[in-house]
Design a protein around this ligand. Structure first.
Ligand SMILES: [Zn+2]
Length: 262
């Protein structure tokens, strides 16, 4: 085994992506819509015609992918940098897939960002990095700053470590939306910036921490907005005289920031 697909323990996984944020279901559903009506764990097709017309199959350098047009273009740019900076990794780089409409593995509520063709799983020397072992192939570790710089979030920071996975960052998707990449730019409704069931990421983890600190809830601080988090949010909203809808919008966010510890 060469150094490239050899693995290494990841320390400080939560901070690997710096300020770069992952995509949330709420944002994706508001910007691009719902890829299809029903989901399970298998790869299904996009049935939403507005999304389908943005899906392309093109070469990104070392291989072909099927994905959302701007994400495929971004990936091609990122991989050109990989080729220049770490050609030995580029030479053994392949993919386990980009577009795949399904739930996040092991979830019954979070839609995977592969469903919009905005995420890519890599292989190195034909090997997939094992998920959930807090280790990553050294070639992926070498690629991650290049991918970050090109606007990709690394799945090594997910609650269940997923180092083969990179996805378009929240910041880049919002920039595309503002720049009219998805059609005439429109003001996104507040809901797009809200957090609710199915959302994942560092902000969700912060919400869970605040719920636990402020009101002594015992929500798993796993960064996944599931039914227990929703129930705690509803209770928090009720206690603070807010509309108890289980959705964290600006008012609930303010209360979570500023409320005294009970
Ligand atoms: Zn993935």
């Amino acid at each position: 085994m060469s150094w490239i697909s050899d693995t290494q323990l990841l320390t400080d996984r939560q901070n690997l992506n710096g300020d770069i944020l992952p995509l949330t279901n709420n944002l994706m559903l508001h910007v691009l819509g719902n890829p299809r009506g029903n989901y399970d764990q298998s790869c299904q097709s996009v049935s939403n015609p507005a999304i389908r017309k943005l899906i392309v199959t093109e070469s990104v350098g070392p291989f072909k992918v099927t994905g959302l047009k701007p994400a495929v273009d971004q990936l091609r740019t990122a991989l050109a940098d990989v080729k220049n900076e770490i050609p030995e990794v580029y030479a053994v780089l392949n993919t386990a897939g980009m577009l795949c409409v399904r739930y996040v593995r092991g979830s019954k509520s979070s839609i995977s960002n592969h469903s919009w063709g905005c995420a890519i799983d890599f292989t190195l020397e034909g090997k997939l990095d094992a998920r959930g072992d807090n280790r990553a192939q050294k070639g992926l570790i070498a690629m991650h700053p290049i991918m970050n710089r090109n606007g990709f979030f690394w799945g090594a920071s997910f609650k269940t470590e997923d180092s083969m996975h990179f996805e378009i960052s929240r910041q880049l998707l919002l920039a595309w939306q503002r720049d009219g990449v998805f059609g005439e730019p429109k003001d996104l409704p507040q809901e797009a910036h809200r957090f609710s069931i199915g959302d994942r990421g560092p902000e969700v983890e912060w919400i869970q921490q605040r719920l636990n600190i402020l009101n002594g809830f015992d929500v798993d601080e796993d960064g996944i907005f599931g039914p227990a988090t929703r129930a705690a949010v509803i209770e928090f909203q009720r206690l603070h005289g807010l509309v108890a809808d289980g959705v964290v919008g600006p008012k609930t966010m303010d209360a979570l920031k500023n409320a005294p510890v009970q």
